[in-house]
Design a protein around this ligand. Sequence first.
Ligand code: UDP
Ligand code: MG
Length: 315
Amino acid sequence: MSNVGLVSLIIPCHNEEEVIPETYKRIKALKDSSGIFFEIIFINDGSTDQTGGLLDQLSLQDELVTVLHFSRNFGHQPAISAGLHESTGDFAIILDADLQDPPTVIPEMLKVAITQQADVVYGVRTQRAGENWFKKWTAGLYYRMLNKISEVELPLDTGDFRLISRKVIDEFCKLREKNKYIRGLLSWVGYKQIPFYYEREARFAGSTHYSLWKMINFATKGMIYFSKKPLLVATNLGLFCVFIGLGLVAYVLVSKYYYNQVVGGWSSLLVTIVFFGGIQLLSIGLLGQYLGSIFDEVKDRPEYIIERKTKRPTV
Ligand code: UDP
Ligand code: MG
């Protein structure tokens, strides 16, 4: 497959010392068996274990390897973004370091891109080995809900594992927002996008860096950045409450003047106060989320800071 040009592999790594040697070995084997020209861009996202040293060694022994060392842990999404900015390939492929997205399917993805002239070939997970039912169930539910409210269509059961063409990389690099929800943005860009079904494997070693809390944050970011519909929740609930309130006023007046009944009971009053108080707090919280995101964007801080870059000079 030497006719496809250069393919940049973008691999974010945060404390992945256990998997990096194996990941590199498998990519090398793939390169030898397929004849694809790769450049491998590892992003060391503030690792505190031996990841940085291991990656430096690889870059010294192999000129195909570039390593971007972040000045601290900025997160998975900024790491991918840095990799895409660094890439020079005709295609880029975003890959987890932990071999959950098997590199062996890359030639097939490339074939799909070339034969069908697609600009994005996105991985759709038919199986998710090594992940518990809770993660699979919540992920399934979340992506379906996000799709309903999102302003662009976001494919289901997809992560960041995808192949993108130079055209899409260039468009992505023009985007100026700082808090990037990359899988959403790569759908937003448009062009011809084709699904590629694959079985997601279990992690080769180590454990996930996405704790429940991080997952919730990530999911909220996707929602806030890709939909303004949650803002309507406040308005709709408000309208609903106004109608209920009007109904209650009518009820009170009728019972007082027609039936001469006095409405008694403080418990109903308390329930009403707590319920509507809750709705108000929820709505204010929602506004706060959007306001916070705007605050982050207007500060205009960089997405990440690259402390150093290692690459063997070509002679
Ligand atoms: N990662 C990163 N920075 C982080 C967290 C994760 O660069 O702050 C990398 C990690 O090393 C891995 C990829 O992002 O290569 C996906 O993370 P992980 O495998 O923990 O997530 P999961 O696959 O469980 O969703
Ligand atoms: Mg993973």
